[in-house]
Design a protein around this ligand. Structure first.
Ligand code: SAM
Length: 275
């Protein structure tokens, strides 16, 4: 059906805590893959969703991200099982990349499990400094521990705790300068969830979105209360305005000491032009 849209390419992040882009390129070439270089346009990336066979590109926007045809499966690949590769969609690489904490900084990942973004943040800070990562869900947190261990992350402190109960006054968090808030959301921006959501009745959906966006507002607001925080990235997998723009707009009205950074405007232009 039209809701399914074209297939998306398979994205693979090179985990620079354990390996380098050069080593991974050499590995795949030895495995018989043809390396096509860095993508030159968004269209080229999207067209890659129609590809099959053994070729790959480097992503146009995200450093250390490789792009393979959709049918490629790396779950049994030795580089994946050794934590050298992280199977992470392009969109999910944006939050840590945009937060971009300096090496050695103190970071909070407020809703962290299963931890792909935490491991990306750890790669960005080069395992130096501290990442305080919270999640309410014990099972997801256990999965996260395994994932971080495999990825060679050592700068984390995990807590099975409601982020809203984490005290900004605790001396432990006095140096936290960067916070990622990636809370539970409707998932309406994920291709496999779109159909489910469009089949939900209007009032059920409204109620659910209201509850989600109330939590999202509280989580972002809480992040802004940490005494040394300079940057907060708020991300969702939702295409609903109630969970995205509306949340940010309300938060900024309540916290005039923060402003919105139009960091993605160039990319939006690129996408709009392409369309
Ligand atoms: N950032 C994760 C990643 O990249 O792997 C994905 C996070 S997922 C979108 C949202 C997470 O928020 C879930 O694991 C959920 O258990 C957690 N969560 C929900 N409410 C929370 C709360 N009050 N405090 C901390 N975590 C919460």
């Amino acid at each position: 059906g039209s809701l399914d849209g074209p297939a998306l390419p398979r994205y693979v992040r090179v985990n620079t805590l354990k390996t380098s882009m050069d080593d991974v390129l050499t590995y795949f070439k030895r495995q018989g893959y043809t390396y096509l270089g860095k993508a030159r346009s968004i269209k080229e990336l999207i067209d890659f969703g129609q590809k099959s066979g053994k070729s790959f590109l480097q992503d146009l926007h995200i450093p250390n991200l490789l792009v393979f045809p959709p049918s490629t499966d790396f779950h049994k690949d030795s580089l994946y099982t050794a934590g050298h590769l992280i199977l992470q969609d392009k969109a999910s690489c944006l939050p840590a990349l945009l937060l971009d904490p300096p090496v050695g900084s103190c970071v909070i990942d407020a809703c962290a499990a299963p931890g792909n973004k935490t491991s990306h943040l750890a790669a960005i800070v080069q395992n130096k400094g501290k990442i305080f990562a919270f999640d309410l869900d014990t099972k997801r947190l256990a999965t996260m521990s395994t994932l971080l261990l495999r990825a060679g992350v050592t700068c984390q402190e995990l807590a099975n705790q409601d982020f809203l109960t984490v005290s900004p006054c605790d001396p432990k968090y006095q140096k936290v300068s960067h916070i990622l808030v990636d809370p539970s959301c409707s998932g309406s921006g994920m291709p496999d969830r779109m159909r489910v959501l469009t089949e939900e009745s209007g009032s059920d959906q409204d109620e659910r979105l209201q509850a989600l966006s109330a939590f999202q507002r509280r989580a972002v607001s809480h992040a802004l209360r940490f005494p040394s925080v300079q940057y907060v990235v708020y991300s969702t997998c939702s295409i609903h305005q109630q969970e995205d723009e509306d949340v940010v707009k309300d938060i900024l009205e309540q916290h005039p000491d923060f402003r919105y950074v139009h960091i993605l405007s160039l990319w939006y232009t690129a996408i709009m032009l392409w369309r």
